[in-house]
Design a protein around this ligand. Structure first.
Ligand code: FMN
Length: 284
């Protein structure tokens, strides 16, 4: 996927927006995003092997009073358009779903639009009413799409404070050198310091940041450190977070001319409380 702006800048720029201007999206930008979704639905989804699709859903005919009632429990205000991620009821591959949905989020950021991943605080029934879903499909994630208001609402500021949305865990809690007891420094990561930093800056459900990476030579092993009590019922939100990490790592590495491939190659040494997900093997 090609962006107008540097993907590293887009990752740094993206933050969740919950207070939107109630104006419509520029038709040109809307069309561009529609065409990106079409490509992803036609090519990338097939390539990933998952049963999913991504659509833009508009609530533009609603008046303001009705709009307030659109099912986000008051978390989002002003947005008239949403990116809706649909999966088959039995689709378990939240990793690839998260990877593709984050590409769309970055594409929207590239077009100057703001977003907010919503996995919990939306009423599925309200969104289902606005689209034709097959019986075997369900909505996994939605995101409002539009232009942020200069001043966020008090509720948005409070939400960010509760989850510490501006903060990320330090490197020594996320990235490791050969063994999970030996932290990886930025110096040790050398040319991969930026792709790892892009993983660290990623959004995650409730900002839990469950990604862990062990570097071993040219291999970067990605793990999921699950948050206790954070269920996988319905849709595995934390595996989805690793998909976001995979997206940030791969796109930023490739933008720096660092190529590699994703493999299943679990390392010998790995902590029992982390789940192995995938490995990036860098080209030598
Ligand atoms: C998979 C996923 C699900 C999320 N679900 C919600 C949600 O239901 N409601 C909400 O307000 N924010 C949700 N968020 C947004 C996170 O709270 C947010 O990404 C995190 O606090 C970091 O803030 P930032 O996105 O501004 O960097 C979700 C994020 C992800 C990645």
């Amino acid at each position: 996927m090609k962006f107008e702006n540097s993907v590293i800048d887009l990752i740094k720029k993206r933050t969740s927006t919950r207070t939107f201007e109630s104006k419509e999206i520029d038709p040109n930008q809307f069309q561009k995003l529609e065409s990106i979704l079409k490509d992803i639905n036609e090519d990338a989804v097939a390539l990933s092997g998952i049963k999913a699709k991504f659509v833009l859903s508009s609530f533009i005919n609603l008046d303001l009073k009705e709009e307030k009632k659109i099912g986000t429990y008051g978390v989002i205000s002003g947005a008239k358009n949403y990116i809706v991620g649909i999966v088959d009821q039995d689709e378990k591959n939240a990793l690839e779903f998260g990877y593709l949905y984050e590409k769309i989020v970055l594409a929207a950021t590239d077009l100057g639009l703001q977003t907010c991943w919503l996995g919990g605080t939306f009423k599925k029934a309200d969104f289902e009413q606005n689209m034709d879903l097959a019986e075997h499909e369900k909505i996994a994630i939605v995101s409002p799409l539009g232009y942020k208001k200069d001043k966020p609402r008090m509720m948005e500021m409070a939400m960010r404070k509760v989850v510490g949305a501006n903060k990320r865990k330090p490197w020594n809690e996320l990235f490791f050198d050969k063994s999970p007891t030996s932290p990886l420094t930025e110096k040790g990561a050398a040319e991969y310091a930026i792709p790892l930093e892009m993983v660290r800056l990623g959004p995650s459900a409730s900002n839990k940041q469950p990604w862990r990476v062990i570097k071993d030579g040219e291999c970067y092993h990605f793990f999921l450190s699950r948050t206790k009590g954070y269920g996988v019922a319905g849709f595995d939100m934390q595996l989805n977070d690793i998909g976001i990490a995979k997206c940030h790592f791969e796109l930023s590495a490739e933008s720096l001319g660092l190529y590699g491939e994703w493999l299943e190659n679990p390392p010998m040494i790995r902590p029992s409380d982390w789940s192995y997900v995938c490995t990036w093997k860098a080209e030598k």
